[in-house]
Write a protein that binds this ligand. Structure first.
Ligand code: HEM
Ligand SMILES: *[C@@H]1O[C@H](CO)[C@@H](O)[C@H](O)[C@H]1NC(C)=O
Ligand SMILES: *[C@@H]1O[C@H](CO)[C@@H](O)[C@H](O)[C@H]1NC(C)=O
Ligand SMILES: *[C@@H]1O[C@H](CO)[C@@H](O)[C@H](O)[C@H]1NC(C)=O
Length: 331
């Protein structure tokens, strides 16, 4: 009797221990999972370095809406608008790469590796390829069962530091985490609509935003046009005007020279609470790389589903079909 109780307790503990993220979660169930994803990211990166930015943003948006559960990947249906079609679906890119990686992983280990882990691993690999830190990230996330455009509530680029921070605090992140993660704007692009207000008539003054370098504002204005007379083709500009494809600390240096593109990026260098962190990262490459690795790992753990929660999707864009319950046939 006592023995049974002990066995029961041990099995409870083991079950509890298994219901969390782990380094090498797929070691035995799909030992090639991480290398398959890595190979596909490498292949894409060879022809399109912008994939790093695409994945970083996808990962952030996934994790900040219902946790890192791949809810961002679900396609809308006629009856239901999913996260990716929310007003600020914000031109997230890279869905096709996740499809390719999922297909390759499914071919060797069907219904084993979650889409949420594939986003996490692919982002990690793309960061390393772009000169960022290499880090080990735990796996074992499960895919969510809900994706609703109405759940999408992400910070806007015109917020103050304090306002933006409230979004990060809600996910148990520190101010240091936020400043570090915004360092992801060291790669990638922004569509003019997200910062056009800074270029010519900032807050109705008839002048560009005084916190932006005047030469830069004039140049961006030529690229973007004004809100009433926009340039055709929905132009974009690099978020880091220094080293646009490298995951490095140049973003912080740029903001110290009034060269932040988004208002929130520039605010980081100006706000009393964040300016010292920006200066430190601008002058200390290693500190940024270390901080970025740990903040990315922290981001990847936000409100994850583990154990038996959620599901392992077969196709990252659609929920698995619900199993029909067979009642009382003994079959
Ligand atoms: C206060 C928080 C944040 C705000 C307001 C914000 C806002 C934006 C905006 C407006 C864009 C331009 C999108 C476009 O024009 O397509 C953008 C791009 C981007 N964001 Fe953020 N962002 C925030 C935090 C983050 C975080 C935490 C990450 C990742 C860790 C991130 C990664 C990126 C990347 C990589 C791009 C470039 C995307 C591309 O090239 O397609 N952002 N962000
Ligand atoms: C998987 O293998 C790695 C490397 O050998 C090890 O660090 C990790 O703990 C293993 N994880 C599991 C869950 O077995
Ligand atoms: C984003 O959402 C808008 C509607 O809010 C839609 O017109 C657009 O096609 C969507 N973009 C993508 C890439 O899904
Ligand atoms: C910092 O940015 C400024 C402005 O773009 C540039 O002139 C300078 O070389 C950069 N410094 C470093 C250390 O990269």
């Amino acid at each position: 009797m006592e023995k049974m109780l002990v066995v029961f307790l041990i099995s409870c503990i083991l079950h509890f221990a298994s219901a969390q993220l782990k380094l090498g979660f797929y070691n035995s169930t799909c030992p090639r999972a991480e290398s398959i994803v890595q190979g596909i990211v490498q292949q894409r990166f060879n022809t399109d370095r912008s994939i790093t930015a695409a994945l970083l943003r996808m990962h952030f948006h996934d994790c900040f809406v219902r946790g890192c559960d791949a809810s961002i990947l679900i396609d809308s249906t006629r009856s239901k608008s999913s996260e990716k079609d929310a007003g600020p679906n914000e031109t997230v890119r890279g869905y096709d790469l996740i499809d390719v990686a999922k297909k390759a992983v499914e071919a060797v280990c069907p219904s084993t590796v979650s889409c949420a882990d594939i986003i996490t691993l692919a982002t990690r690999d793309a960061v390393a390829l772009a000169g960022g830190p290499k880090y080990a990230v735990p796996t074992g996330r499960r895919d969510g069962l809900v994706s609703d455009a109405a759940d999408v509530n992400l910070p806007s680029p015109s917020l103050t530091v304090a306002e933006a921070f409230s979004f990060f605090q809600a996910k148990r992140m520190t101010l240091n985490d936020m400043v570090t993660l915004l360092g992801a704007h060291t790669v990638g692009i922004a569509h003019c609509g997200f910062f056009q207000d800074r270029l010519s008539n900032f807050q109705g003054t008839g002048q560009p935003d005084p916190t932006m370098d005047a030469g830069l504002a004039a140049r961006l204005l030529r690229t973007c046009g004004t809100a009433s007379r926009p340039v055709n083709r929905d132009p974009t500009v690099f978020l880091d005007q220094g080293t646009s494809f490298v995951v490095d600390n140049q973003f912080y240096n740029q903001t110290r020279f009034k060269r932040g593109i988004l208002q929130i990026d520039q605010e980081l260098a100006l706000d009393r609470s964040t300016a010292p962190i920006v200066s430190m990262f601008a002058s200390n490459r290693i500190a940024f790389q270390q901080s970025f690795a740990s903040a990315m790992i922290k981001l990847s753990k936000v409100e994850v589903l583990v154990g038996k929660a959620g599901e392992i999707r077969k196709n990252c864009r659609v929920f698995n079909p619900r199993k029909k319950t067979v009642i009382g046939t003994g079959l």
